[in-house]
Ligand binder design. Structure first.
Ligand code: ATP
Length: 594
């Protein structure tokens, strides 16, 4: 399973979250208004004790029933106003935050499409999926709730303590006493929690990868009766995640217990001291009621801090994980206008060298000193033992991987100096593993040339001997299932071939495109392909003599080097490795047909 390669950057939570600013900027007015409304609503909660003080020291002490009713209506009005303001806050943030999440998800998807193949080789798909789903959901939750409430609670606590100190400064100081230990405890908690939250989110990514692999590989799992071992592997991973989540919960529970206990003890102490002061006549009963009501009103803002810090830390980790992907450089376009005018020299590999970015530094290159000239209009077959580097060589032409030495030219133009758009117009590819998308048959083929018309589609289907599509329930509009799994391997390969030829490219790169066809269909496709190859310059990876026969010449790739070039018959006579490879293929073909 490929894994992520980005080392987690040790950014503080605030610095990580600051990176969200470009996405939050467009909705900053709404968010600021929502925060303002929430601050007002929360501070309204602090007015209740003042009204209570007025009721106790005024109408209750004076036995004024009318005054008590007036106080009760004031309290009711305050309650309604508080509820309406909190509702307004929710309404203000809901729509813009859904927009922020959608914009971030779109950017991530767009960026993933532009990242080099080497990146996708290294990163597990589940890690990318979890960043685009759970991580973004965490971020939306953070922007909707903790971001506002950290501010709201801070303002409320500040305002509350000013009121408390004004009412009775000595009791206020008693309540302030737990602040210092709480700040120290919260900062210790944050450090521990940030590590465990990173681990948990990475484990969610690993779990997503396993689910995705199992769903895509369900045929293999069932075919080999591996469902029990797969389920066991999944259980082990989910147990690990469960352990991490339980540890997280324990951490959260312990900080929450401390955050709740210390203020409660302080309130208890203030209550005892306050009662003594009332008994001594140094404090009015109304002031003590107001004081204690204010302290109780501050309980939730204080107690929720642990929970808010935890969600903020989850969000900071999610932000780091999101930007780990977004910070990876996209493929660059180095197109220059001063490039030589095209000639008709065909496809030339000139001293090409390549090693995979993740290969060990001392490992020999996968391809070394490749010099190969495929003349304009010529078809060159590429033959070699398994693992000799054929697929790698074909992937270099459309720049799925960047060469690490030498150069490749198409009709005299260096491929690294062409824009990717120009390159895609010149070169078409079909791989051994034909990938189709959840779209109609026609749309899948037209991916090869978005501007192609119905006539071009019909011609491409005919060339690839894919006329079976006309017999499908909705013809070319028939939807193919995920990854084309509703079609047979041979049908998928023919559609992939049709996709490669639909744009009538000048250069065609085919990686053993006929491997999944039966002998009769292969003969038909070959006949049609022969016509296409006449008008293009082609490099075709071939394993069987029948495919080699389509080519004008053959290049033999051996351990990453071109060791012989010639016609099929020349090489059969003069090259033992080639003769062995071809006879091996023959033997296989005989076995297959037996
Ligand atoms: N993404 C990758 N990262 C590192 N090494 C790779 C990667 N892909 C392939 N290789 C290595 O490069 C070498 C050549 O692989 P390649 O797929 O090009 O061979 P091939 O000739 O096409 O084989 P086959 O005929 O079996 O398809 C192999 O040793 C393989 O292990």
């Amino acid at each position: 399973m490929p894994r992520t390669d980005a080392p987690p950057k040790d950014l503080s939570a605030v610095r990580s979250l600051m990176r969200l600013w470009p996405y939050v900027r467009p909705v900053r007015t709404r968010l600021a208004s929502a925060a303002f409304v929430a601050v007002v609503a929360s501070c309204l909660g602090l007015v209740f004790p003042l009204v209570l003080k007025w009721i106790v020291d005024g109408p209750v002490a004076d036995r004024d029933t009318g005054g008590v009713w007036l106080g009760a209506f004031m309290l009711l009005g305050l309650g309604i106003a508080e509820a309406v303001l909190f509702g307004l806050r929710r309404w203000l943030v809901a729509r813009p935050l859904a927009g922020v999440e959608a914009a971030m998800r779109t950017d991530l998807y767009r960026h993933l499409q532009r990242l080099p193949v080497a990146f996708h080789d290294r990163w597990a798909s589940g890690q990318l999926l979890s960043r685009g789903t759970t991580d973004l959901m965490l971020l939306r939750m953070f922007l909707a709730f903790p971001l506002t409430f950290l501010l709201v609670n801070a303002v409320t606590i500040l305002a509350g303590f000013i009121i408390l100190l004004q009412q009775q400064w000595s009791l206020g100081l008693v309540l302030l006493a737990p602040v210092v230990p709480l700040v120290i405890l919260c900062s210790l908690f944050e450090t521990k929690y940030s590590k465990i939250t990173r681990l948990s989110q990475d484990q969610v990514g690993d779990l997503t990868t396993v689910v995705e692999e199992s769903v895509l590989g369900i045929r293999i799992i069932k075919g080999f009766g591996r469902h029990r071992s797969q389920a066991r592997a999944f259980r082990e991973l989910s147990q690990k995640l469960r352990g991490t989540e339980l540890y997280k919960a324990r951490l959260l529970a312990s900080i929450w217990a401390l955050i709740m206990t210390l203020p409660e003890v302080a309130i208890g102490a203030a209550l005892v001291l306050g009662t003594v002061q009332v008994a001594d006549g140094g404090l009015s009963a109304g002031t003590l009621v107001a004081f204690l009501s204010t302290a109780l009103a501050l309980r939730w803002p204080v107690e929720s801090i642990g929970f808010l810090i935890a969600i903020s830390q989850d969000a900071a980790t999610a932000t780091t994980r999101y930007f780990e992907v977004l910070d990876v450089a996209e493929e660059t376009d180095t197109a220059t206008t001063g490039e030589a005018a095209p000639d008709s020299s065909g496809l030339v590999f000139d001293g090409v060298e390549f090693h995979y970015p993740d290969a060990a530094p001392d490992a020999p290159p996968v391809l070394a000193r490749i010099d190969l000239h495929i003349r304009s209009g010529e078809t060159m077959a590429l033959v070699g033992a398994t693992g000799s580097g054929k697929t790698t060589l074909t992937a270099l032409v459309p720049r799925l991987h960047e060469i690490t030495g030498g150069r490749i030219t198409l009709d005299g133009q260096d491929i690294t100096l062409l824009s990717r758009e120009q390159l895609r117009e010149l070169v078409s590819v079909a791989f051994e593993e034909p990938t189709l998308f959840s779209a109609s048959v026609g749309e899948n083929v037209l991916m090869g040339d978005a501007g192609a018309d119905d006539e071009a589609l019909r011609r491409a289907l005919s060339v690839a001997q894919a006329e079976f599509v006309h017999g499908l329930p909705a013809g070319t509009s028939t939807q193919v299932g995920e990854q084309g799994l509703s079609l047979s391997g041979g049908q998928r390969q023919r559609l992939a071939l049709a996709r490669a030829v639909v744009g009538q490219p000048r250069f065609l790169v085919l990686d053993d495109p006929l491997s999944a066809l039966d002998v009769h269909t292969e003969a038909l496709v070959e006949a049609a392909l022969r016509q296409v190859l006449e008008s293009t310059t082609a490099l075709v990876v071939a394993h069987r003599p029948s495919t080699v026969m389509l080519a004008d010449r053959v290049a033999l790739l051996s351990e990453g080097r071109i060791t012989a070039v010639g016609t099929h018959h020349e090489l059969l006579r003069s090259n033992a490795e080639y003769a062995w490879l071809m006879s091996g293929a023959d033997a296989n073909a005989v076995e297959e047909n037996a």
